[in-house]
Design a protein around this ligand. Structure first.
Ligand SMILES: [Ca+2]
Ligand SMILES: [Ca+2]
Length: 66
C-alpha cells in the first residue's frame, strides 16, 4: 500500500465516503475525447468488488491495482 495509491483512490472517491462507485469511477475517467461507457465502469466495479456491495473499498482497489 502506497501513499500514491491512496491519493489515486481519494481522487476517484469524490464524495470521500471511502468507497468508489461505478458513477464516481466513470466521472474520474472522463477525458476530452469522452468518457468510458457505463457498461465498462460497471464491469470494472464488478471485477474489483469482492464482497458484493457494488462499491470498491480501498482494500479492493489495492488488490486489483497492485
Ligand atoms: Ca464515494
Ligand atoms: Ca466492495
Amino acid at each position: 500500500m502506497t501513499d500514491k495509491k491512496r491519493a489515486d483512490f481519494d481522487a476517484i472517491d469524490t464524495n470521500h465516503d471511502g468507497f468508489i462507485t461505478a458513477k464516481e469511477f466513470r466521472e474520474a475517467l472522463q477525458t476530452p475525447s469522452g468518457q468510458i461507457s457505463e457498461a465498462n465502469a460497471n464491469a470494472f466495479v464488478k471485477l474489483a468488488d469482492k464482497n458484493g456491495d457494488d462499491k470498491i473499498s480501498f482494500e479492493e482497489y489495492d488488490a486489483i491495482t497492485r
